[in-house]
Design a protein around this ligand. Sequence first.
Ligand code: FES
Ligand SMILES: [Fe+2]
Length: 350
Amino acid sequence: MYPKNAWYVACTPDEVDDKPLGRMVCGEQMVFYRPQDGQVAALEDFCPHRGAALSLGRVCEGKLVCGYHGLVMGCDGKTAAMPGQRVGGFPAIRAYPVIERYGFIWVWPGDAAQADPAKLHHLPWAESPDWAYGGGLYHIKCDYRLMVDNLMDLTHETYVHTTSIGQKEIDETPVTTKTGGAEVITSRFMDGVNAPPFWRANMRSNGLPDDQPVDRWQICHFSPPSHVMIEVGVALAGHGGYQAPDDKKVSSIVVDFITPETETTMWYFWGMARNFNVRDKNLTAQIKEGQGKVFAEDTAVLEAQQRNLTLYKNRKLLMLNIDAGGVQSRRIIDRLIAAEQASQATAVAV
Ligand code: FES
Ligand SMILES: [Fe+2]
């Protein structure tokens, strides 16, 4: 189950630059393409003639041409032309609201009338020259909410990411979880610890010594429908931790856009935004490679977890204090789904 009246990251701009892209988002099979340079459109990936995937076609003079028998589809979902046919009576297909912003292409899979661009998640770092971003995409065979759980409880780093960002103090330090409005925040602060390898490398990249104790923090922000931004960093111990001056710390934002594909599969747009050495492209590539390896470790765990949950559907799971972030995030998701279902029921009744 997923809310459909929301902006989800569907793809990155490079994925549609050369040819149409077929992708399922929230159970909707869509095609994304560029009618003109700088524009983007999203339609049902279904040719009204015989149901071929329009994503296998090509873009010609701003329209999508079906690769099977040449039907010409407009961005509004109405057939514009087809060789040798009158197309006025052809059924329309769905056109989805879509926005390109912040280096991502966002789609609204639900009721188009409610698709307000102002509801798009705001990413100030994506528009600032003081920040750099690098990231990637994984397709993962699990319910997207398992990824929300994973990111809203970083205790697992001690066990899943032993060689990069894990350390025993994560396990030993309690988390604080609070909900405010539509956001859930889970924080953990570890003072006077040794930095794990990933952070030692970042300290060196920022001109800091890597052999001294640090104060480390992780502040996970969940916001609907399923975005998790995690403020992470380390500061030389005793300089104020999270509040330490810039020359005493290195910090970044772990960016996670979690887009359901089906009930048990998802698209994971992961990355890291940083505000140090922003013009160093090698560093961006290096961080991306490291992060990609770390997140591949989560993928293996989550896919196996999903297989278990599918196999043993009725098994009761525990809810411990470390699970509070995921539990509260799921409550918000559940509320959104319930509200959508209630409004659909009202619409049917009227
Ligand atoms: S299926 Fe698309 S034109 Fe025939
Ligand atoms: Fe992880």
